[in-house]
Ligand binder design. Sequence first.
Ligand code: MV4
Length: 446
Amino acid sequence: MFSKILIANRGEIALRIIRACRELGIETVVVYSEADRNASYIELADEAICIGPASPAQSYLNIPAIISAAEVADVDAIHPGYGFLAENAHFAQICLDCGIAFIGPRPESMRMLGDKVAARELAKKAHVPVVPGSDGQIKDEKEAIKLANKIGYPVIVKAAAGGGGRGMRVAHNDISLRNAFATARAEAESAFKDGTVYLEKYIIEPRHVEVQIMADKSGNALHFFERDCSIQRRHQKLIEESPCPILDERTREELCKAALKVIKEAKYENAATVEFLLDRNKKFYFIEVNTRIQVEHPVTEMVTGIDLIKMQLRVAGGQNINLKQRDITHSGVAIECRINAEDPDRNFAPCPGKVDKFILPGGMGVRVDTHIYQGAVVTPYYDSMIAKLIVHRPTREEAIITMKRALSEFRIGPIKTTIPACFKILSHNMYLQNKVDTSFIEQHLS
Ligand code: MV4
């Protein structure tokens, strides 16, 4: 097991990782930018090292500065959290080359699954359903049009290097497909320096369902059931829940087994999330794999009772998972609301500033993961998420009631937050009746 690790991240996830390390008896070194010098978790880490100015390129993405800090502090491993360098295979490789463990998958797995065309082919090889579409990449407009006419419109052109919604274009006919193909390719070329694109049938009003996986170095892989993340705005999730409220037990088991097949085919290790789209007939289709721990991991922790960050640290340190799949059960319903420093009345524009008022909710079934405190300053340099509010109750109805109660207790001012937007969604009939899909916010909250 590791005796000391470096946390290459900030905010609530830095605090979350410190907490897991403390329980495992692992010393922590946190790196921070000049903008984060007053961060709460700096007090809680065993050591803290400033790695540069506020701009992410000069601090949290600055590989030489982070590796230097790791060398100076003499750590065994680096935890990348999510975002920043978490899915950067080049960074993971440098860690290994410097004799520092990377708390995540092997660089080769990251590189392979980061290529959505390769991931799709891997899923096919593992006999996991993928959205009908191209075999490998699409080379030109002619090929795209021929395939679109075979599978039927609408179709979606996606960048192989994309993910999270970047470099995607929908087309409804041959003419718009010419345009979609050219713009998706150009966008991919400029954003990722890789213009490779592929084509899929466009699934109308899907739900986004993802399966949590953990795998050790000996090839033991377990699933931790699914999360429904359909409440998103512009590919930013706002509310997540587990289990997915519209899945029957049989489909759930098939979905989770399918996710495991993909992970085993990839000989993957550490935490992963396998993403699927669920169509109106509740048929699921693999879309991509995220090779990191995700923001919404706490909903899975609450329903399974398992600390996923501690598990990541153990398997990265070489321990095998001492559980069988049947030992992993889920009970009740967990919901997470992301509290972002954004103004829902101004199109969710970032709303940085000093937090003068900060009163936390609590009570039965309530968990808050946040690094914010009264007097903290939310800067404009990073992601606007300032807290995650998670509830865990026996039923969905009770979880919604508790979440609304907790949201109404949560007082943050004078900066604006997504608290009122979350409250509105949780009060909406469509949400209560499980009639939401990924277009819900655009359709009902604008
Ligand atoms: C799709 C799709 C419909 N059909 N693929 C968006 C992010 C990326 N992970 C995949 N995405 C989508 N892929 C096919 N074949 C619709 C989306 C999509 C979406 C997916 C999940 C959550 C929110 C979304 C919002 C818009 C589009």
